[in-house]
Design a protein around this ligand. Structure first.
Ligand code: ATP
Length: 134
């Protein structure tokens, strides 16, 4: 059976590169499951964990923020502003970031950049979800 090749890249580094049987990502129009020979696709991704299924029904989760996914044949490329494997996520930092964003959204200060706070909250939630600390 043919496999996918997936690469998750940020401006700083290659976060993940390997083979997969399936990739599940949250696109702007909903969750998309990519299997080998999916139709060509380019989609912006929501801030959410990406799930990579590998041989032997194993799964790797990556917290991806602000990215695009491109699918071409068996090649999947995710280019993101930031992406972390669960073992690289500082859970305490994500909890604090979540708390700060929630506080800002609750206080509703007139100068608040709501979209920025919501995105920060979503990044923290995604990181906690990727570590199952939510
Ligand atoms: P914080 O408020 O804690 O800085 P943030 O969501 O604003 O969080 P980003 O701007 O998304 O942070 O990320 C900046 C850099 O820090 C990126 O390289 C990202 O991978 C890393 N990073 C952010 N939060 C964490 C975390 N909880 N654990 C590990 N790395 C993190």
């Amino acid at each position: 059976m043919s496999k996918l090749t997936i690469e998750v890249v940020t401006p700083e580094r290659v976060v993940y590169s390997g083979e997969a049987t399936m990739v599940i990502a949250r696109g702007v129009e909903g969750d998309v499951g990519i299997m080998p020979n999916h139709m060509p696709l380019v989609t912006p991704l929501k801030i959410a964990p990406v799930r990579i299924k590998t041989v032997g029904d194993k799964e790797t989760v990556i917290a991806v923020s602000g990215g695009f996914m491109e699918v071409r044949g068996t090649q999947v490329a995710i280019l993101a502003e930031s992406a972390e494997l669960p073992e690289d996520i500082d859970v305490e930092r994500a909890k604090q970031s979540k708390g700060r964003a929630e506080q800002r959204l609750n206080e509703k200060h007139p100068d608040l950049d709501i979209r920025r706070a919501e995105r920060a909250l979503q990044r923290a939630i995604s990181r906690l979800e990727a570590t199952k600390n939510i």
